[in-house]
Design a protein around this ligand. Structure first.
Ligand SMILES: C[S@@+](CC[C@H](N)C(=O)[O-])C[C@H]1O[C@@H](n2cnc3c(N)ncnc32)[C@H](O)[C@@H]1O
Length: 239
């Protein structure tokens, strides 16, 4: 079943950062970029080729304000980037926030789960902090669309808030944009991917400590990624 376009994020697009405000977040990192930067560092550890290969095409599904793509570009990741989102307001914000003088990523409005993009087009698809906004009965269509647009063997990364971490639950319960959130554990993502025919499914956790602790936080993350108690998790798979 496809779901009707849901663009409640249009209401937050212009003040996106304030919509993410919650107690503790300010203590944990200096700003929204710091949380996304943790995911970028994780991606580069997981697939170091991202730093050098200009032939890779990368999709950020539900890209929001485009922060991950912007940080990727700032870090010198040379691959071609495409962002999609169900909210045209967020896509406008992504275009507005993109640094001038740098070629913008392709930005596409979704129709429900559908991106409207050609099939078998991407080497990597990232879906970060999106699925908990997608109604339960609409999630399978999102996984199917991601599988359709990835090349055979293409890589998927699902980043999500970890409902098994009490601090994450505390923060989500007090964050305005998460009013509708239905958090999902990594076991749900892995099971859905298995049902959808994905292969090489792995889960690991990240963000055990506040991003502002820098190298200490990264060292702890590397040592404890097997422990399903991080603030966030990543599930990876191949199409
Ligand atoms: C919390 S933001 C995350 C944005 C970005 N991925 C990030 O990590 O910063 C959630 C985004 O998911 C989008 N979204 C919600 N439901 C969606 C859906 N069914 N398909 C695609 N995007 C969706 C929202 O419009 C919003 O931009």
């Amino acid at each position: 079943m496809t779901h009707p376009p849901k663009a409640e994020f249009d209401a937050y697009a212009e003040g996106y950062d304030s919509g993410m405000n919650a107690p503790l977040k300010g203590l944990a990192g200096a700003g929204p970029d710091d949380f996304i930067a943790v995911k970028l560092r994780w991606l580069l550890r997981w697939w170091p080729d991202l730093a050098t290969r200009s032939d890779l095409s990368i999709l950020d599904y539900g890209c929001g304000a485009g922060t991950l793509m912007r940080l990727m570009r700032n870090a010198g990741i040379p691959g071609a980037m495409t962002g999609t989102d169900i909210s045209t307001g967020m896509l406008r914000e992504a275009a507005r926030a993109w640094p001038s003088g740098t070629p913008q990523p392709a930005l596409h409005a979704q129709n429900g789960a559908e991106t409207g993009l050609p099939g078998a087009a991407f080497d990597l698809a990232v879906i970060s902090a999106v699925l908990h906004h997608v109604p339960l009965d609409a999630r399978a269509a999102v996984y199917a669309e991601l599988r359709r647009v990835l090349k055979p063997g293409g890589r998927l990364v699902v980043f999500e808030h970890n409902p098994w971490n009490p601090v994450t639950r505390f923060v989500v319960a007090r964050t305005p944009i998460d009013a509708d959130a239905i958090l999902l554990p990594r076991t749900e993502v892995s099971a859905s991917l298995r049902e959808g025919g994905w292969r090489d499914i792995h889960a690991s956790d990240l963000m055990f400590l506040p991003p502002r602790l820098g190298a200490v936080a990264t060292a702890v993350e590397r040592a404890f990624s097997w422990l399903p108690l991080g603030g966030q998790y990543a599930v990876t798979a191949r199409a």
